[in-house]
Ligand binder design. Structure first.
Ligand code: SAM
Length: 438
């Protein structure tokens, strides 16, 4: 796989548009992308994949009929590509906001009714006097100005009393409104106090309603453009009655899995969407939100007792890296951080091992598992070759590596280095195709 020190700019194969099917194994590519359909952009997902990856896989490896599983659906990139190619797809994600986004992308809505409903809601919201006070979470007053809180409470009230047929679109537009009207600066992923945060201008209740109207219109536009595709293939997509990708058993045999698993030490999906989760009542309390985070692959929510243990995965190279982090070989962080990070790495790979095990049993013999993941992550100064370790684990469980290539990441903020000496941003995604032997 990729050796960090060998990467030079002239090693990239520059590609304009779709990734060619006759790519050589191990190629490093830099992609110039066209303008994607609006449906891809819909919904907040900090590590959204690019459609060119599942598209490349589908064009290279599939024949019809074909059945795909997407176990980390996120904002549904693989689902959309499968639907566009007329291929059946089942999906799941543990995150309630991701599920809402994917449900919208896999449903048909009565657009006329949505438009009528939004007009009614906006009119009632402007006329509404006393705002209810139903939502509470830590640091709410720090991140939401009082008139914004009132505006959001009023919108919430009308959205949750609107017909079920139109509600999901309104909820998604509301989620974007929450993010936009919070005191987070545009482009910030996490609500964390930082010295460089710009003070937000004062916002009024009606600013909240205006943003909501804008986001509803954007959602409607994206959905109208998408409807002809989903209309033809609605019967080919199914949300599984499962929320944990570590325990997928007893399901039909899939021809392929196409996905991008969580990035290690990068995005905390629950923290990144804390505001949306609370304002949409997807979690009812801070505790419920933290419990949700515990289910995330890559979670840093690890019991104190467990943190102290030096985990042994049984993979020699990985165990050495975990040890280097634990004992601060490259960087001695403060207050138990080395032990915590070592445990996070251990747990991430053990969770992924469990995931690979459970997916192996639901793939057909000869079936494929295609994943994209950051190639390297630096943790406490230690370079973790994530893609190659995941490949090693999968191969140990019976998969065979069939193909891989690397993609230069552009305009994607996948992680927030806490300290540039011991963490760094992910520069490439590695795309790996595994095969279950026949
Ligand atoms: C890299 S993102 C996927 C992005 C997606 N490919 C897209 O284009 O939007 C990883 C996803 O894994 C989900 N995830 C994390 N832990 C999970 C678990 N235990 N079970 C199922 N999904 C999980 C996260 O909610 C997140 O949506």
């Amino acid at each position: 796989m990729l050796n960090k020190s060998e990467i030079m700019p002239n090693l990239y194969l520059h590609i304009d548009g779709d990734i060619p099917q006759d790519l050589q194994k191990g190629t490093l590519i830099s992609l110039e992308r066209g303008t994607p359909m609006k449906i891809y952009m819909l919904g907040f997902q900090p590590a959204k994949s690019i459609p060119e990856i599942p598209r490349w896989f589908l064009q290279k490896y599939t024949s019809i009929p074909f059945k795909i599983l997407e176990p980390f659906a996120g904002a549904g990139t693989t689902i959309i590509e499968s639907i566009k190619n007329g291929i059946s797809v089942d999906w799941l994600d543990y995150h309630p906001l991701s599920r809402l986004i994917c449900q919208i992308k896999t449903s048909i809505f009565p657009i006329g009714e949505v438009k009528e409903e939004i007009n009614k809601i906006i009119q009632s919201a402007y006329e509404h006097q006393q705002a209810p006070e139903t939502i509470d979470f830590s640091n709410k007053d720090l991140w939401f100005q009082k008139p914004v809180q009132d505006g959001l409470e009023i919108l919430r009230y009308y959205i949750f009393n609107s017909p079920k047929t139109t509600q999901p679109i309104l909820c998604l537009a509301f989620a974007s409104t929450v993010r936009k009207t919070s005191n987070m600066n545009d482009g910030m992923l996490l609500a964390a106090r930082r010295s460089h945060i710009k003070k937000m201008p004062k916002l009024s209740r009606s600013d909240v309603f205006k943003y909501f109207q804008i986001y509803v219109n954007q959602t409607i536009e994206a959905v109208i453009e998408w409807h002809p595709f989903i209309n033809r293939n609605l019967h080919q997509v199914k949300q599984l009655n499962l929320t944990d990708a570590r325990t997928i058993t007893g399901y039909v045999e899939y021809d392929a899995i196409i996905t991008s698993p969580p990035y290690i030490n990068a995005i905390d999906y629950v923290w990144a969407s804390k505001f949306e989760l609370h304002w949409l009542s997807m979690v009812k309390s801070n505790q419920e939100r933290l419990n949700l985070y515990s289910q995330e692959i890559g979670t840093e929510r690890i019991l104190k007792q467990e943190r102290k243990e030096l985990g042994k995965t049984g993979y020699k190279k990985l165990d050495k890296l975990i040890e280097d982090i634990y004992f601060g070989k490259k960087y001695q962080a403060s207050r138990g951080q080395n032990q915590l990070r070592a445990r996070v790495v251990y747990k991430y790979f053990m969770d992924m091992q469990q995931h690979f095990k459970s997916t192996f049993s639901c793939l057909k013999p000869g079936g494929y598992y295609c994943f994209s993941i950051g190639d390297f992550s630096k943790i406490c100064g230690v370079d973790i070759p994530v893609a190659s370790i995941l490949t090693e684990i999968a191969c140990h469980l019976g998969y065979q590596e069939e193909f891989h290539f690397h993609l230069l990441l552009k305009n994607r903020k996948l992680n927030i280095p806490r300290n540039v000496n011991w963490a760094s941003t992910i520069k490439h995604d590695t795309i790996v195709v595994l095969q279950k032997p026949v």
